[in-house]
Design a protein around this ligand. Structure first.
Ligand code: GDP
Length: 502
């Protein structure tokens, strides 16, 4: 290569870098959503604490008139009601003692602590006022009523969090995590939601998005310079290897971790499966420590699905006692067996119960054929009786857990085995157990499809214009997760699942 050629190539690189930076800036601007499309002047109010008796009940107001409304309904001194309270900046984020008053009736409703908070350092980024009253539904309703009379509007479910999102304080992953943390049924689910609320997923996705934009800039540069220089220089940089590493790998990690995260959140599906009369219902009852399923010496008693949830070491196990699977002419039993097969399909773990006092027979093997691709915990029940079973199933190395549902022997071992099966790693150490909704997972999978198509296309010399389109689609899918891009009823769908006041 001549010196002029080298210099020409260098110049191309310098120009390219300038263009990369410019394209990144423009792409960032394109990606921004229009924040704050809340009607001006709309101030909302709701009772933020659950109904029922309690120490404190909170009414929350948010919006441009929140402070004005609070000033109208609050007095500091119950004997001298005249001086109008005026909350200034110095009062922001402080608890102030006083009384909520219905001025029209000159009636004190409750003695309260009021906390005026001037935006933007608030939950919604608007002015927010929280009134901490006594938790009596009548009192809270009266406070709600007078704020409505003063011009506030009743908040929709999740509207406070929706405003926090629309005003740019949190992204959609954080908003979804708010609901997850409220609904979390076990500490693992809470841990994952807490990580999301602090924005760990948001920051990771932000980084991935930046990497996509860098890649898009390289592609744009290739399109612009294709006439001047062939794009060998780009390939020399081994860029596609970089893209796989800093775009595809983190996305794949997130998708892989999502199964565990969703399992922690929704609970682990466990189906108890076996022939009639082997002791499935007895084992369920032992595991949940109460008489939930009917135990009977007559085969075929469990004709429907019986399900119960238990918390084992902080993980929710949704146990399903299935109807015994066997051939039958009885229509109701047949329906039960169909439901059992559905439960097997959905199960993360199958507890396969056999009767250790009898030889495994054809019916056991038929059931085994049905479940052999699942994660199985094999339980040899009735071990209090004389064992006559020496035959194992081909893929089991050992002879299953010896259990007696009658005496309780081996039940603890089943619990331990269930935990061992799901506890792959500790969540706190696993950075990427962060995707916890099916919506997020679907977007990520779609993003992965587009982006790997783009990268493979680049490696195979597909026209750069087509690759640019795939990168753009991939970026849009990432934006859908964070809410940087959304369409239609997505926000309504997400926030309608919230409670009023959150
Ligand atoms: P399922 O049809 O598989 O749900 O079985 P059940 O739990 O209804 O139990 C069937 C019969 O076996 C009942 O008479 C139970 O009392 C009895 N049984 C269940 N587990 C044991 C056990 O561990 N030892 C003995 N000896 N009997 C059991």
């Amino acid at each position: 290569m001549s010196l002029t050629q080298i210099l020409a190539k260098k110049t191309v690189f310098v120009q390219a870098q300038v263009i990369i930076n410019a394209v990144v800036v423009i792409a960032k601007m394109e990606g921004e959503i229009k924040k704050n499309n809340i009607p001006e002047g709309d101030t909302i109010v709701a009772i933020a604490t659950p109904p029922g008796k309690g120490g404190i009940g909170i009414v929350r107001i948010s919006g441009v008139h929140a402070i004005d409304i609070a000033q109208e309904i609050f007095i500091k001194n119950r004997t001298n009601r005249d001086p109008k309270v005026s909350f200034g900046r110095k009062d922001s984020h402080r608890m102030i003692h006083g009384y909520i008053i219905n001025k029209h009736l000159n009636q004190i409703i409750d003695e309260v602590l009021i906390c005026p908070m001037v935006g933007p350092k608030t939950y919604t980024r608007e002015d927010v006022v929280e009134i901490h009253a006594h938790s009596n539904q009548g009192i809270l309703n009266d406070i709600l009523d007078i704020t409505l009379q003063e011009g506030a509007n009743m908040a929709q479910p999740g509207e406070f969090t929706k405003r926090a999102f629309l005003n740019g304080r949190i992204d959609l992953t954080q908003a979804e995590a708010v609901m997850d943390i409220i609904n979390a049924r076990c500490h693992k689910a809470r841990e994952i939601a807490a990580k999301q609320i602090t924005g760990e997923l948001k920051h990771l996705l932000h980084q991935i998005r930046e990497n996509i934009e860098q890649a898009m800039a390289v592609i744009e540069m290739g399109i612009d310079f294709i006439e001047v220089e062939n794009n060998d220089c780009l390939l020399e940089n081994n860029v596609s290897h970089q893209w796989r590493k800093n775009i595809l790998e983190p996305i794949t990690d997130l998708v892989n971790g999502s199964k565990t995260a969703i399992m922690y959140k929704e609970g682990v599906q466990v189906a108890i499966v076996g022939k009639p009369n082997v002791g499935k219902s007895s084992i369920l009852n032992r595991l949940i420590q109460k008489e939930r399923a009917i135990v009977s010496e007559y085969p075929g008693t469990t004709r429907d699905i019986v399900s119960e949830s238990i918390d084992i070491n902080g993980i929710i196990m949704n146990l399903v006692d299935t109807a015994g699977i066997h051939s039958t002419r009885n229509t109701i039993e047949k329906l039960g067996i169909i439901k059992s097969q559905e439960a097997i399909e959905k199960a993360d773990i199958v507890i396969f119960v056999t009767d250790s006092s009898r030889e495994n027979d054809e019916a056991d093997y038929k059931i085994y054929e049905l479940i052999k691709n699942k994660t199985i915990i094999w339980v040899q029940n009735k071990c209090d009786l004389v064992s006559s079973n020496t035959v194992t199933f081909d893929t089991f190395k050992n002879s299953g857990i010896k259990v007696s549902a009658l005496t309780g022997l081996g039940i603890e071992e089943i619990r331990n085995e269930m935990i061992k099966t799901v506890m792959l790693d500790d969540v706190s150490e696993q950075e990427n157990y962060l995707i916890s909704t099916l919506r997020q997972k679907k977007c990520l999978k779609d993003a992965c499809t587009y982006l790997s198509q783009a990268i493979t296309g680049y490696e195979n010399g597909i026209p750069l214009e087509l690759i640019a389109m795939d990168f753009k689609e991939g970026r849009q899918k990432i934006d859908e997760i964070t809410g940087n891009h959304y369409h239609g009823d997505l926000l309504d769908t997400i926030f309608s699942t919230f409670c009023v006041g959150k």
